[in-house]
Design a protein around this ligand. Structure first.
Ligand SMILES: [Zn+2]
Length: 98
């Protein structure tokens, strides 16, 4: 008796690379009880203040608009660097939220 052979699926997605050291990073892998963080991704970009006015009798509301989306990838090794922690905090990222 032999076990059925499973199909091997190859992930064709292009590999992400760490923005700091250029190391290829892997997707976060989940196991039943734990997970392994492959990389940290910061979704950011240049912002500009914009105003929106809903009605003639309403005061314009200003908000921050994301002009361009920039993805900053950090491998777990670089993410532990104080320098990286500082820059993520400066972006208003969730550096302390993990
Ligand atoms: Zn790195």
């Amino acid at each position: 008796m032999s076990l059925p052979v499973g199909r091997i699926e190859i992930d064709e997605a292009p590999a992400r690379r760490c923005s700091r050291c250029g190391a290829a990073v892997e997707e976060t892998r989940h196991t039943r009880t734990d997970y392994v963080v492959g990389y940290y991704l910061l979704h950011t970009g240049p912002i500009a203040e914009a105003t929106v006015r809903r009605g003639d009798d309403e005061a314009p509301t200003s908000y921050l608009r994301l002009l361009d989306v920039v993805e900053v990838v950090s491998c777990p090794r670089c993410f532990g660097e104080p320098e990286v922690q500082r820059s993520w905090a400066a972006f208003g990222g969730a550096a302390g939220g993990f």
